[in-house]
Design a protein. Structure first.
Length: 347
C-alpha cells in the first residue's frame, strides 16, 4: 500500500441521527443541537459508520456511511478516504469481508425500554448469509435513579418457558435486570438476550452489523417481532463475560487508564487526565476517541489543529505526522482500539 497525497489528521464526522419510538432528547446534554422540535425523539447518533451490508431479515439501522466533518477532507465519505489513503488511514488493519471499517460507534438515548432483542449467534450467522454477528459494549454516560439494563436470561429458564412467556406477555420476570450508573461498562456478545432500559444514555461500541431480532417490545404495536429467528440465536442463561470486563485501572504517565472491555473484536479503555499538559501523540494502528468530558486539541503536519470537547468522536489515523496533544485537566475519553493493536499507545 503506497502512501497517498491525502492530508492525514484526526477526523470528526457528521452525526447520523436516528428517530426511534423509544428515544428522547438527552443527547442535548452532550452539547448536540438535535433535529426537529421536542416532539422528535432521537434514539441513536451514529458517530462512526461504514456499514454497507443491510440484513434482509430482522430489524436494524440499515446501511450507513459516515461523512467527514472537519478539515481539508470535510464532505468526503469515510469509505472513500479509506480507499484513497489506506496505508495512512488504516495502517495494517484488516477491513470486513465486504470492505467496510470493522467498528461502528454510536450514542444511544433510551427514554423508554428498548425492545428485548438478540443478535445472531455464530452458528446462525454461519447458516444465513443475510445475518451478521453483532457483539457490542455499552458505556453508561447518564442514568436515572433506579435505571437498569437487561442482560441475559435468568438461570434455569428453558427455551420452551421463554417462548411461552413471549406469548403470555410476561418476559420481563425471566430477564436479568442489572442496575446501572454512570461509568459502568457492559459487554454483550452476539447471542445475548438484552435491552437498554429506560432513562439510560450510553456510548456504544459494536461490530458493524444491523441484524437485530426483536423478541419482545413491551406491549408496543406496529413494529415487527422476529421470535422464530431470535429463539434460534439466544444463548440461554447469564452471559459469561467476566474475562471480557476486567475493569482494572493503572496510573499512566499522564492519565489513569481503566481497561473496560477486551474481546476478539475491540478493546475499550477509559483515559482520565489528572492535569493540563502537552505531549507527543503517535499511534501504530487506528484509534478512536469518544470524549466524555473536558476539552483539548491535536495538532499535526498538513492540517489545522483539531479541537475537541464533550460528546465528540475522533478517528486518529496511524499516518498522522508529528502529532501533539494539548489537553485540559479532568478531560476523559473512551479509547477504542483493536486486539491486534497492542502497541497502540500514546508515545
Amino acid at each position: 500500500m503506497a502512501d497517498s497525497n491525502l492530508p492525514i489528521y484526526p477526523l470528526t464526522f457528521e452525526p447520523i441521527y436516528k428517530e426511534k419510538v423509544w428515544g428522547g432528547r438527552t443527547l442535548e446534554k452532550l452539547g448536540r443541537t438535535l433535529p426537529g422540535g421536542t416532539d422528535i425523539l432521537i434514539g441513536e447518533s451514529w458517530e462512526l459508520a461504514d456499514l454497507a451490508q443491510t440484513s434482509v431479515s430482522g430489524g436494524g439501522g440499515g446501511a450507513e456511511r459516515s461523512v467527514i466533518a472537519n478539515g481539508p477532507l470535510a464532505g468526503k465519505a469515510f469509505t472513500d478516504v479509506i480507499r484513497e489513503g489506506e496505508a495512512d488511514i488504516l495502517g495494517g488493519l484488516t477491513l470486513t469481508p465486504d470492505g467496510g471499517f470493522p467498528i461502528l460507534l454510536k450514542f444511544l438515548d433510551a427514554r423508554q425500554h428498548l425492545s428485548v432483542q438478540v443478535h445472531p449467534s455464530p452458528a446462525y450467522a454461519d447458516e444465513h448469509d443475510d445475518a451478521f454477528l453483532k457483539s457490542e459494549a455499552w458505556y453508561v454516560l447518564d442514568a436515572d435513579p433506579g435505571a437498569v439494563i437487561f442482560k441475559g436470561v435468568k438461570p434455569g429458564v428453558t427455551p420452551e418457558q421463554f417462548r411461552e412467556a413471549i406469548e403470555q406477555d410476561r418476559v420481563e420476570p425471566l430477564l436479568i435486570a442489572v442496575p446501572v450508573k454512570p461509568g459502568d461498562c457492559h459487554y454483550l456478545p452476539s447471542g445475548t438476550c438484552h435491552a437498554l432500559g429506560a432513562g439510560v444514555l450510553v456510548a456504544e461500541v459494536q461490530t458493524p452489523s444491523d441484524t437485530t431480532f426483536r423478541v419482545y417490545d413491551w406491549g408496543r404495536t406496529g413494529r415487527e417481532l422476529h421470535v422464530d429467528q431470535a429463539m434460534q440465536c439466544i444463548e440461554f442463561g447469564p452471559p459469561d463475560v467476566s474475562r471480557n470486563e476486567p475493569n482494572t485501572t493503572v496510573q499512566g504517565a499522564f492519565a489513569d487508564i481503566t481497561q473496560l472491555v477486551v474481546c476478539e473484536y475491540f478493546r475499550i479503555e477509559r483515559y482520565q487526565v489528572e492535569k493540563s499538559q502537552e505531549l507527543a501523540l503517535s499511534y501504530a494502528q487506528p484509534v478512536m476517541w469518544m470524549v466524555l468530558q473536558g476539552n483539548g486539541s491535536i495538532s499535526c503536519d498538513g492540517a489545522p489543529d483539531v479541537t475537541f470537547d464533550r460528546g465528540q468522536t475522533l478517528y486518529i489515523p496511524p499516518g498522522m505526522r508529528n502529532g501533539k496533544l494539548r489537553v485540559e485537566a479532568g478531560t476523559t475519553w473512551l479509547e477504542v482500539t483493536f486486539p491486534q493493536a497492542q502497541d497502540a499507545r500514546i508515545a
